[in-house]
Design a binder for this molecule. Structure first.
Ligand code: FUL
Length: 500
C-alpha cells in the first residue's frame, strides 16, 4: 500500500533532497511504502521497557526492614543494626507464593528504606544486615533470595531503594559524595542481582521537617531538586546498561506516582502528565502506578494489624488496574520474615474473586462482533474486529486515518448477565481514545447507556462495571452490547474487548 505524504523541510536539511531552494520552507513530496498499512503512532509512545512494565499490571510491595522491629514507619537512621533480628530466616519465597495466588505477576521488595539500613551485604555502608542482631539477620540477603524465588516462580521482581538516607552522613551535605559513593553504587549493586528486574522504586520522600541521624549530625536536612541531586539521567543509564528492562519509577522518571495512596486512579487517566488523571498534552510517556496498603496499620508490619477484605481489595483492583494504572499492593512481612497467615488467606480469596469475576470472557461466545469501520489490511496485517477477541496482544482492530468515531456491536444468541466490559488500546501506537460510550440492549432496538459520564479514556486497560459501581457486583441483562468511540487523538486502535 502506498501513501503520499507532503512534508515540509528546511532548505538546510534538504541537501540530499531532489528539490532544493534557498532559505524558507520547501514543500517536498515524499513517497512512503507502508506494506502493512499500520496507523502512524500518536506520540508519545511507551518504550519497550515501559510496555513490558505496564503488562505486569498487578504486583506486590513488601515493606520489611529495620522498621519491622522498631514499630516505626519512618526511622531516623540512628537505629542500632543489632535491632534487626528476625525470629526465622526471612522467606521471600513464601511472600511471592502468597501473592501469586491472588494473580499478581511480580513484586518489589524494600531493600533499603529511608533509615538507610540495607538488607544485603553492601560495600557502601556498615549499616546493613552484616551487623544484624542474630544469625537469621546476618544470613539475610533479600535481593538475592527475592530474585531467586521470583525466577523460580516465573514472576517479575524489583527493589525499592530509598534515595533519602537518614543514616548516611553525606546525604544532603551540599556535595555529591552521597550520590557518587553511596547511592549510585548501591543501585549498581542491586542491578547486579538480576539483569531481568522490571522496576526500581525510587521514593520521592525527603523530610525537611524530619530530623535524621546523618552520621551523628542529628539534624534536619533538605535537597532542592531530586532530579539533579541524584543525577537521574546518569543513574538511569547506569542501571539500564545492566538491567535493560528495569523501569525507574518515581524520581527515575519512567513511570509516575498516581497521586494518592488510597488505591484509586482517575476514571480519566492518560499515560502522560501527572497525578490521578494525567494530561493528554504532556509530551513524555509516564504511565501511573498506584501504591496501596492491603493492611490497616502501615506500610511496615505492626502488631495487631489486619488485612482489608478480599472485596475491598477487589474494588482497589478495579479502580487501578481497571483504570489504566498498575497496582502495587503492599503486604508487610512480620518479625519472622514471613507474611502473616491472615494475609495469605485474603490473598487466596482475592485470587478466587478475580478468577470468578474476570476470566470467563463472554466476548468469545458472541455470535456476531461487528465494527462500523475497519482499516484496510496490509500485506502482513489486517485490522479486523476479530482481532479484539483472539487473545493476541499483537493484533488489533483499527479504523482508517481520519476516522475518530466508530462503533463496535456484539450480539449473543441468548440474553446474558453482563458485569464488566474490559477494553485495551494498542498502546504501542500511543494512547488515543478520549471518549467512548457503552450501551446494552435486549432487543437490538432500544439501547441503555451504561456507566455514563465516566467513559473517557481507555489506555492500556479499562474495566467498566456495567452495574455502575466498583463496589457492587451487579449485572445487567443484555443480548446486545455496543461500544461507541466518540473522540480520539487519532484513528482508534484497540487490541482487546472482553465482556464478563
Ligand atoms: C512513601 C514512603 O515515605 C513510605 O514510607 C512508603 O515507603 C511509601 C510506599 O512511599 O513515600
Amino acid at each position: 500500500m502506498k501513501h503520499l505524504r507532503t512534508t515540509f523541510i528546511t532548505a538546510g536539511m534538504a541537501i540530499a533532497s531532489a528539490v532544493m531552494a534557498q532559505g524558507g520552507f520547501v514543500p517536498v513530496v515524499e513517497t512512503y511504502n507502508y506494506p502493512d498499512n499500520e496507523p502512524a503512532p500518536v506520540h508519545p509512545v511507551p518504550s519497550h521497557r515501559q510496555l513490558l512494565w505496564q503488562e505486569t499490571e498487578f504486583y506486590a510491595f513488601f515493606h520489611f526492614g529495620m522498621n519491622t522491629f522498631t514499630n516505626a514507619e519512618w526511622g531516623n537512621g540512628s537505629e542500632a543494626e543489632s535491632r534487626f533480628a528476625p525470629t526465622k530466616l526471612p522467606n521471600p519465597r513464601q511472600w511471592l507464593t502468597a501473592v501469586k495466588a491472588a494473580g499478581m505477576k511480580g513484586g518489589i521488595a524494600v531493600v533499603k528504606h529511608h533509615d538507610g539500613f540495607c538488607l544485603w551485604p553492601t560495600a557502601t555502608t556498615t549499616h546493613s544486615i552484616v551487623n544484624a542482631g542474630n544469625a537469621n539477620g546476618r544470613n539475610t540477603n533479600i535481593p538475592e533470595a527475592f530474585a531467586e524465588a521470583a525466577r523460580d516462580l516465573d514472576m517479575k521482581y524489583g527493589f525499592y531503594v530509598s534515595p533519602w538516607d537518614l543514616n548516611n552522613k553525606y546525604w544532603g551535605d551540599g556535595t555529591s559524595r552521597y550520590v557518587d559513593s553511596v547511592f549510585l553504587p548501591q543501585c549498581l549493586e542491586l542491578a547486579k542481582y538480576g539483569s531481568d528486574q522490571f522496576e526500581m522504586w525510587f521514593d520521592g520522600a525527603t523530610g525537611s521537617d524530619h530530623a535524621g541521624y546523618y552520621g551523628g549530625a542529628n539534624t534536619k536536612r533538605t535537597i532542592s531538586n531530586a532530579a539533579t541531586y541524584y543525577d537521574i539521567p546518569n543513574l538511569r543509564d547506569t542501571v539500564h546498561k545492566i538491567a535493560p528492562n528495569c523501569v525507574m519509577w518515581g524520581v527515575g522518571d519512567e513511570a509516575r506516582w498516581i497521586g494518592n495512596e488510597a488505591g484509586w486512579a482517575g476514571e480519566t487517566n492518560w499515560s502522560m502528565g501527572s497525578g490521578e488523571s494525567g494530561n493528554p498534552n504532556a509530551w513524555k510517556w509516564k504511565a501511573g502506578e498506584s501504591d496501596a496498603k492491603a493492611t490497616n496499620k502501615g506500610w511496615f508490619w505492626h502488631a495487631g494489624e489486619s488485612p482489608k477484605s478480599a472485596n475491598e481489595l477487589f474494588k482497589i483492583y478495579l479502580e487501578t488496574v481497571g483504570r489504566n494504572a498498575t497496582l502495587i499492593l503492599n503486604f508487610p512481612p512480620d518479625q519472622s520474615g514471613e507474611l502473616p497467615e491472615a494475609d495469605v488467606n485474603v490473598l487466596q480469596q482475592l485470587g478466587t474473586l478475580i478468577n470468578n469475576r474476570l476470566t470467563n470472557d463472554k466476548a468469545k461466545t458472541a455470535k456476531r462482533v461487528e465494527a462500523s469501520v475497519t482499516r484496510s489490511a496490509g500485506t502482513h496485517r489486517n485490522y479486523d474486529v476479530s482481532n479484539l477477541t483472539d487473545n493476541d496482544k499483537d493484533t488489533y482492530w483499527a479504523a482508517n486515518d481520519g476516522d475518530l468515531q466508530a462503533t463496535i456491536t456484539m450480539e449473543w444468541d441468548t440474553e446474558q448477565s453482563l458485569y464488566y466490559v474490559m477494553l485495551m488500546e494498542y498502546i504501542k501506537l500511543g494512547q488515543r481514545v478520549k471518549s467512548f460510550t457503552i450501551e446494552t440492549s435486549t432487543d437490538g432496538n432500544s439501547w441503555t447507556k451504561r456507566a455514563s459520564g465516566s467513559t473517557t479514556t481507555i489506555g492500556y486497560k479499562r474495566i467498566v462495571p456495567l452495574g455502575g459501581s466498583t463496589s457492587n457486583y451487579s449485572s445487567v441483562k443484555a443480548k446486545y452490547l455496543r461500544i461507541t468511540i466518540n473522540d480520539a487523538k487519532g484513528c482508534p486502535t484497540l487490541h482487546t474487548l472482553s465482556v464478563f
